[in-house]
Design a protein around this ligand. Structure first.
Ligand SMILES: *Cc1c(COP(=O)(O)O)cnc(C)c1O
Length: 368
């Protein structure tokens, strides 16, 4: 691996292959894999990740918003792309770029059918989302008849899949709730298939659903965080390798005498001599102010160096009093040790938030 000379996010495709292989080993035979590449593939690099996975046995990609799907098409991704949360405003673009919308209420559904008819589409693939307890997006069980009636009256669209999303698949204390969601989805699917007269694909599980509810893999599963190297539990994390490592360098070392202060608003006041290192990463790069004032830390030569004072826009200062280090030395923010879960835990956050927060200003370095 090259020596770090500035702040970079290294993205390791060997780790990606490892996580893919491990997930595959946990997916019930016959179930397809959809990989969620929303939010720049969880902060890594959607085009590289989708480009790599496109050559493996991945049936589908999913993004949250239409423009993310457009970027993948522009990058030459030809596999089906499900757009989880489009707006009617996007429908023309969705069809122009062969993206497949999730339709989740009568407003989104009716408007898409109208737009597809206007464009003279036949059997345009759509995905119908049902709410089974997350209460975020989705039709309710009571809506099935009205949805199917409307579908029977048009040939412009065809249902490629029906799906739902689990609210607490990683939390085994909520197992009863999750089982209720699974049963409700089964009952919705059965009614839907019975009255529409053909069988769309069924899918329900995200990464923790894959790991904890093998009986619910159905026709396809949707993995995001697992592909990027997190299993959402200490036990499962052992089987995954984080693909992204955020690294930086020490720009300058300062000696702070008793009584001096460090950083904006003089938030840190020294009551004894300390040594600080200034690192070129700040809140504009995704390290939020909540990590400041001793909460968050970076790792230098394997040792934690806690943030001193406030996080600046482009820099942090960290305490290196007890670390033998010099200007130009490598700094690890998160990667394998500590991983993003451990880094984020310090501010009661989770891997998902910190890995997707790293701004586009930070260079992505792909390791093949
Ligand atoms: C983001 C998302 C996923 C991926 O979840 P992970 O926990 O990252 O595996 C799956 N399905 C839907 C609907 C999502 O929004």
């Amino acid at each position: 691996m090259p020596k770090t000379q500035e702040t970079v996010l290294e993205v390791d495709l060997n780790a990606l292959q490892h996580n893919y292989d491990y997930l595959k080993s946990r997916i019930t035979k016959g179930a397809k894999l959809l990989v969620v590449v929303k939010a720049y593939a969880y902060g890594s690099d959607a085009q590289e990740i989708a480009g790599y996975l496109q050559n493996l046995d991945v049936a589908y990609f999913a993004v949250a918003y239409t423009n993310e799907g457009v970027a993948l098409r522009d990058a030459g991704i030809t596999k089906p792309i499900l757009v989880l949360h489009p707006q009617p405003f996007n429908y023309k673009t969705i069809m122009a770029r062969c993206l497949e919308p999730s339709l989740y209420n009568f407003n989104s559904f009716n408007q898409f059918i109208e737009a597809a008819a206007l464009e003279n589409q036949q059997d345009y693939p759509i995905h119908i989302k049902f709410n089974t307890g997350l209460n975020r997006l989705g039709f309710n069980e009571d809506d099935i008849k009205a949805v199917v009636d409307k579908l029977k009256a048009t040939s412009s669209v065809k249902v490629k899949s029906i799906f739902s999303h689990l609210a607490a698949s990683e939390d085994l204390n909520e197992k009863d709730f999750t089982l209720d969601q699974i049963h409700l989805f089964q009952s919705i699917s059965e009614s839907f298939i019975k009255i529409i007269g053909y069988k769309p694909m069924l899918h329900l599980c995200n990464t923790s659903g894959i790991l904890n509810y093998p009986e619910a893999h159905l026709d396809m599963v949707r993995s995001g965080i697992g592909i990027y190297g997190f299993g959402n539990s200490e036990l499962e994390n052992k089987h995954f390798t984080p693909i992204a490592t955020l690294k930086s360098v020490i720009s300058q070392i300062h000696s702070i005498e008793k009584g001096e202060t460090v950083g904006y608003n003089r938030a840190y006041k020294s009551d004894s001599f300390i040594k600080t290192a200034t690192i070129p990463i700040g809140h504009a790069d995704g390290i939020g102010r909540q990590y400041g004032n001793g909460k968050g830390y970076v790792t230098i030569h394997g040792k934690p160096a806690y943030i001193v004072g406030n996080v600046c826009m482009d820099m942090i200062m960290v305490n290196v009093t007890d670390i033998d280090c010099k200007e130009g030395d490598t700094v690890i923010i998160f990667g394998q040790h500590p991983n993003a879960t451990q880094f984020a835990e310090r501010v009661n956050s989770i891997s998902y938030e910190i890995i997707t927060a790293i701004s586009q200003r930070v260079k992505r370095l792909i390791i093949k």
